[in-house]
Design a binder for this molecule. Structure first.
Ligand code: DQQ
Length: 517
């Protein structure tokens, strides 16, 4: 069975709902329906019956991604992309059959569908018009939402407005567009607070609010975002200076993470991010194992103090799976040394490690041509000795080190500050040659002279989700060890630099199994 994009996440009457693009017939993409799961804690999930499936002309060839909006009377409405008999992408509305049911098992499609469609007048490209967002309510009482598209290589977010949520009119101008970015899939648009960590309802406007626009770029299969200003009178979004559109801009995650979507969790005043982690195994291995595609652990997203990027952190609820804590005392980790974290089910664990570096005199100089962090991480993998780093974790490691995934830092001397590189190196993760073992990496905006360097990794058999610099940098990887499995998996801290570093904190927990589908 295969699944991909998270769709329509919401909380309704105390129940979290997650729908997702699902192929009931196999571990590959196809036959797409909206499968449905519910949860009270975002950790343990109950599968429900398929919520939305092809049944009308406006979706007979597919029920693709979309979003939920909670209307002012509390009713949730779903807008999703349907594929019509001409294989055109159109937008459809569905409402719950019985709004008093907190599980929202039955959905009724609007007789007015499709509610947005490409026409000769609007000139929308009918094969690139999909994934409506959660709508927000303007001060003029009209709803707004965006739908991703492209015109040649220009990616864009068409803006639609509606008074009644049923009749939608395309605005003259898109909310935003950017040249040479290709198709924008699964766009997301939401406010973030400038001076508070709390999340905001999607319709929030105000002086202390910035907006985030995210596009899943079909060309690169990564989720990119900018931070900027939303002019709610002109209905135009402008990224801040230095907030770059497209594939040289910021990413939610520098590993695998796609087609993500946020929602406002009104029960805890936070904005949560859900994303799809696809496989790094071969299609034939996916078919053999019978499933493909998982979702990342939900993350809280907020604006960083700098105002220049988001920070993300796994939801607090995941901590209830923690068991058997292991806390190691603060200690030096000499250059060339390895330290096992004992007493863990290392194949299913949560580890938090913090490093302090005191002597920067030997830091390698950052060559001005090293501008691509992912490339730098693959050239300077875990086995390449440095001076300040690589130091970090060896995850899902076999006893003889035939297999391991390493997540680590390197510190360089830049022009007028030190530069921290964070890498997730999968090159030795498995003896199976058929996996994609690309190394991932990104620079982390922390000053190692004044701040300690923290790393948290959530490990779950084939998944390693790592958060560097308190969530300033996230890298998720899929790995398929053949030896380092279950009880044979180990976890180590390591330092392969010439200089010592201090581990000021090392806490790890085995993680219990959650109830999932
Ligand atoms: N997946 C859906 C589309 C979306 C794409 C189809 C992104 O709606 O653009 O399954 O992964």
């Amino acid at each position: 069975m295969g699944y991909t994009d998270p769709n329509g996440p919401m909380i309704y009457k105390g129940v979290y709902h997650l729908f997702y693009q699902y192929n009931p017939k196999g571990a590959v993409w196809g036959n797409i329906v909206w499968a449905h799961s519910t949860s009270r804690d975002l950790v343990n999930w109950t599968p429900q019956k398929v919520a939305i499936f092809p049944s009308q002309p406006s979706d007979i060839n597919g029920t693709w991604s979309g979003s939920a909006t909670i209307l002012p009377d509390g009713t949730p409405a779903i807008l999703y992309t349907g594929i019509n008999p001409l294989n055109q992408q159109v937008q459809n509305l569905a409402l719950p059959k019985n709004p008093s049911d907190p599980y929202l098992l039955e959905w009724v499609k609007s007789p007015k569908n499709p509610v947005m469609a490409p026409t000769p007048e609007n000139q929308i490209n009918a094969s690139s018009f999909r994934d409506p967002t959660t709508a927000w309510l303007g001060v003029d009482g009209r709803w707004r939402l965006i739908v991703g598209s492209k015109i040649n290589r220009k990616g864009l977010a068409y803006l639609y407005r509606s008074k009644d949520f049923v009749h939608w009119i395309k605005a003259k101008h898109p909310l935003h567009s950017a040249k040479k970015t290709g198709m924008w899939e699964c766009v997301d648009f939401f406010p973030v607070s400038v001076n508070s960590p709390v999340g905001l309802d999607t319709s929030t406007l105000g002086p202390h609010v910035k907006h985030v626009l995210k596009a899943s770029l079909d060309d690169t299969k990564h989720d990119y975002y900018t931070i900027g200003e939303y002019d709610h009178v002109k209905d135009i979004y402008t990224p801040d200076e230095g907030s770059v559109d497209g594939d040289s801009g910021l990413r939610y995650d520098y590993g695998k993470f796609y087609a993500s979507k946020t929602f406002f969790d009104s029960s805890k005043n936070r904005r949560l991010l859900l994303g799809w982690l696809n496989e790094s195994s071969s299609v034939s291995d996916d078919i053999k194992k019978g499933w493909a595609g998982i979702h990342a652990i939900p993350r809280v997203v907020r604006l960083d103090k700098s105002g220049k990027q988001l920070v993300q952190w796994p939801i607090k609820e995941i901590e209830k799976l923690r068991t058997n804590p292991v806390h190691l005392p603060s200690q030096y980790l000499k250059g060339g040394s390895v330290l096992e974290v004992p007493g863990l089910t290392a194949a299913q664990a949560n580890v938090e490690i913090t490093f302090k570096v005191s002597d920067f005199s030997k830091a390698e100089v950052l060559d001005t041509s090293w501008t691509n962090p992912q490339l730098l991480c693959s050239q300077k993998g875990a086995s390449v000795k440095g001076s300040l780093g690589p130091f970090g974790l060896l995850i899902l490691a076999s006893k003889g080190m035939q297999e391991y995934t390493s997540v680590f830092f390197r510190i360089f001397k830049g022009q007028n500050k030190h530069v921290v590189l964070m890498c997730s190196d999968q090159s030795r993760s498995s003896l199976n040659p058929d996996n994609d073992k690309t190394t991932y990496g990104a620079f982390v905006d922390v000053d190692p002279v004044h701040e300690q360097l923290s790393l948290r990794s959530l490990i779950d058999h084939s998944v390693v989700e790592s958060f560097g610099g308190q969530g300033k940098n996230c890298i998720s990887a899929r790995v398929y060890p053949t030896l380092a499995i279950n009880e044979a998996a180990h976890l180590y801290a390591f330092n392969n630099g010439s200089e010592s570093v201090t581990i000021t904190r090392l806490s790890a927990w085995s993680m219990k199994k959650a109830h999932i589908n």
